[in-house]
Each structure stands twice: as structure tokens, then as C-alpha cells.
Write a new protein. Structure first.
Length: 187
């Protein structure tokens, strides 16, 4: 309950959140400027931390930020992680996990560092090698690229910023509970 003597809890929390956001942005900027790998800020469900870092870096290389948000800003790595946990069959999940481990293995063999720690040019070169027709990792790469593309263009930034979004018959609502929609219409 708000009083006239001071801010209510919602205003205090908003101020705290804004302060922490400004501080964390100010602290994160020098790290990004040094070219160091960005830390994964989400908790992986189906992946190890190393696999999550490799996925995060690969997703950002496949769908980079330009004048539209990139895969990381659209939450694509989290989408792929959830897809591995709940949608992929065991063989697909094992192929994706093994492929992410392979990214790190190949990066260490070629450059002495994990995939997420490489420069964007080095990451792109490894992914381009996976995309070539003779690469043994091609099935992994095709599945990964497909999941990243689906995740990006079904995200709010992908659907409303990257694509030409026409809000007719209404605005974009991502995940709406079924009880708010009711029955579906049949034609």
C-alpha cells in the first residue's frame, strides 16, 4: 500500500532494476570492447555450460545482430536448448550435443581455444567448414541452423523487427494461455 510519505514497492523495485541495469551495462561494456567471449546469462536445461557457450556463439554467428537484433538478443540459444530438452528425440539431442562438443574440439585443434573464445572470423570459418558438403559435421550443422532459424523468426524480435510484421488482425502475442483464447475455429 502506497503512502504519501515515500515511494511504493513497485516504484522502489523499478528504480532498483534500472540502477542495476545501468551498472551492469557499464561493467559489461569494457569486457565486450576487449573482444572477450560473452558469458552465457541463461541456465541451460539440456546442455553443459561449455555446450551452452558454444551454442550461444554459434547462434550469434549464424544469425548476427545487424540493424535488427541477433540470435542472442532474440533468445534463440535458450529456444534451441529447450528444443533439445523437450522436442528432439534422443538421437537428435545426442547429435546436437555431440556437434556442440565437436565445435569446441575443432576450435581447440585449430586455434587452441574453445569455440566461444575465438574471434568472429575464426568462428565463421569453422562454421563454414561444417556447411561444406564434405564435412562430417554437416548433419549436425544443418539441424542446428534450422533450429536457430526457426527460433529466430518465431521470436518477437524476429517476427516484428526482422520480418515485415502486419499487425492485422491484431498485435503480436507470443505465448498466450489457451484459457484466454478459448476454442479454435474450424473452416
Amino acid at each position: 500500500m502506497a503512502t504519501s510519505a515515500g515511494p511504493n514497492r513497485r516504484e522502489a523495485f523499478t528504480g532498483f532494476a534500472l540502477t542495476m541495469g545501468v551498472l551492469s551495462f557499464g561493467l559489461a561494456q569494457p569486457v565486450a570492447a576487449q573482444g572477450l567471449a560473452q558469458a552465457v546469462v541463461w541456465a541451460a536445461v539440456a546442455l553443459t555450460p561449455a555446450q551452452a557457450r558454444a551454442l550461444d556463439a554459434a547462434a550469434e554467428q549464424i544469425m548476427p545482430a545487424t540493424d535488427t537484433p541477433g540470435a542472442r538478443a532474440a533468445g534463440v540459444p535458450q529456444f534451441v536448448d529447450r528444443a533439445i530438452a523437450g522436442w528432439c528425440d534422443k538421437a537428435q539431442a545426442a547429435r546436437l550435443r555431440g556437434g556442440l562438443d565437436g565445435l569446441d574440439t575443432d576450435a581447440r585443434a585449430a586455434h587452441g581455444s574453445a569455440f566461444a573464445d575465438l574471434t568472429p572470423a575464426q568462428q565463421t570459418a569453422i562454421l563454414a567448414g561444417y556447411d561444406s558438403s564434405g564435412a562430417s559435421q554437416r548433419p549436425f550443422f544443418l539441424t542446428l541452423r534450422e533450429l536457430i532459424t526457426i527460433g529466430y523468426f518465431t521470436s518477437k524480435p524476429g517476427a516484428t523487427v526482422a520480418l515485415r510484421y502486419d499487425p492485422i488482425p491484431g498485435p503480436y502475442y507470443g505465448c498466450v494461455p489457451l484459457k484466454e483464447i478459448g476454442r479454435a475455429w474450424a473452416l
